[in-house]
Design a protein around this ligand. Sequence first.
Ligand SMILES: [Zn+2]
Length: 448
Amino acid sequence: MTDAPAQLVITGATVLLHDEHDALHVLPERTIVVRDGAIAAVIPDAEGAATPAKETIDARGLVAMPGFINGHTHSPMTMFRGAAEDVPLEKWFDDFIWPMEVNLTDRDVALGAELAVAEMLLAGVTTFVDHYFAMPAIAEVVQRTGIRANLGLTFFSDGETGLAESLAFALEYRGAAGGRITTSLAPHATYTVHDDDLRATAAAALEHDLMVHVHAAEDRRQTAHTRYARGMSPVAILEQTGVLEARTLIPHGVGIVPEDLPALMRHRDHVGVATAPRGYLKDSAIQTPVRLLAAAGVPVGLATDGAGSNDTLDVWESMTLLALTQKAFEADATWMTARQALVHAFPQGARAIGMQQHIGRLVPGMRADIVLADLSAPRSRPVHDLANTIVYAARSSDVVHTIVDGRVLVRDRRLTTIDPDAVVAELEPRLATLTDRSHGRTIQAYTG
Ligand SMILES: [Zn+2]
């Protein structure tokens, strides 16, 4: 067995390694050996560079990082990128997005998702957590393009079949694409799904060991509205309906308030938050209370949300914005260091979505989801502290190679499994129909 050539050997890399205590180590001149889609060894070049391999990458001058994790997105919404700008949230939903989503076909969803995957892979994103309609079409894109994803079929409480369909999808597709697809139950939000359905969701999640991916406490106004209407916070609704007993992912969490902390702390070993700073800058809202959550031991990962609000699916950018916006939010230049931002991007980002056994650290046994970046551009030189350079000076366009399960999906800045021009060529003629709102119909009314 040991004589069999490795699937992939990367030599000469400077490896970013988080240990089990989330401390960062920078290891120069390292060889990464990949077997069966997993990291088999990270060893000095002197010991490993000559390992026989089916495929090799000379990574001298490159930094090896874990793949970025997009902890919350709506991947097909690339098709609405720039279609609803400079409006407040309720108008964004009621006047633009929900009337436009009436027009969607499965093919539109597939094209939007494929464009999203192209963008994410080029930016070093190797895992995304998706929440949308027509999820089988997205699963097919994940299968074909080689990326990793956790997929949840969105449902509202506007019919009897929503939860049943979300559960059927989750059970049918979990473990698909050679294990690259994991699944969640995806009630839209605490304000669009009734408590009875949330209770049934929690029971199904526990019975089948599925994560619940649900919008709750997205911003402070939504929290205030729910407290006024229901006499409790959105997080309290999640606890009261039993959702927090299951593995739960709360995107944004900007509206999490101090009174929510006891409930979150009780469940912090299986509850996470995914923060997407850019959309909240545009929405003129405050940011996720990461400092509060950190003190409570609740893991916080990074996300972009959909491109309809966030414009980019660039998690590297989210990491930079996390550091910048947290300093402004807390009015404290010493809070959210570059090192801490890297922890949220990688090991804690994996914990927030319950995948810490598989991704988020470049150590043996983890899946071989690896990004190699060239930080030699003038704006990144010189390097005093690599963490500072990565978070504040470098950017996602410095990604040269992106690898998932040991398979090279971006090589020398070119996608190996997607032709993005062909995707855009098919998508563009559909845009007039997609953005038509003259029918006067909508899929929901915003009540958050
Ligand atoms: Zn969302």
